[in-house]
Ligand binder design. Sequence first.
Ligand code: UDP
Length: 319
Amino acid sequence: MRMVITGGAGFIGSHLCDYLIEKGHDVICVDNLLTGKAENIAHLIGNSQFRFIKHNVSDYIYVDGNVDCVLHFASPASPFDYLEFPIQTLKVGSLGTLNSLGLAKAKKSRFLLASTSEVYGDPQVHPQREDYWGHVNPVGPRGVYDEAKRFAEAMTMAYHRYHHVDTRIVRIFNTYGPRMRIKDGRSLPNFMCQALNGEDITVFGNGSQTRSFCYVSDLVDGICRLLLSNEHEPVNIGNPSEITILQLAKEMLALTGSKSKIVYKSLPEDDPKIRKPDITKAKKILDWEPKVSREEGLRKTLGYFKTVLHSATECKSDA
Ligand code: UDP
């Protein structure tokens, strides 16, 4: 099949490119490299199954020839990024989704939207099932991402119902693994880099808020199963193993053997207090559940971060 992946140079998008190329598909990666990185796809340049188009999908998307699937993964995706790029985040979730759906409609292709657990906001139902409508502050700093993704879901369902586009919606929970940006601002890369550099580990609030972290290969497997299914309603893909952020910080210290101190900083506005996916639906209709334990996933991720931090230090000392 011929696949278009918007945001294909990002953390998750680039893993999807690898997976689909490995399965024998042709991949057209469209990315403006705002938060994606050329290094994530450098190894694919020159591969006849791969093409890169540097383009902002909030503007009209032109792709020649037939397209079998459009996977819309373009968006800033960390709270740190939404603060830096609020308008771009709103635009890619709204106009970018509209353009990606328009491409899918014109090419009569299947469409998959990368949505998010952020549609549940600061949830009042736990764990979160797909039929929970969420608790989002539309005017808070996270609203630019949350509302853009909620709009994107509404737009996707409208194209499905009105234009009969063959759509899928995946709600992605916290995901980690190689190719996360070291300065991404999220807890896991922050803690890992801080531990490796011997810097203070910055826990926001008292660290009692929870998250549930899924290793990227499990996520990609779930997304591809959803793409091949007939499900049009949203499906949660995430790892239900829930921990507090303080526990994550402590696991990071144990894993790295670091002497870093844990310090407490103020909790960002509208920070969700709890988050854990209910994956009953994915288990039932996709026969999917995560396989990689946090211990194994963190070890694999640590190998990547060590290499990146090492080359960053080398670059500094070369300069
Ligand atoms: N967090 C933290 N220290 C950091 C970065 C994040 O304690 O250096 C907290 C953050 O406030 C949130 C949790 O860790 O409560 C998970 O944040 P992350 O940015 O990883 O993801 P999200 O909030 O989008 O789930």
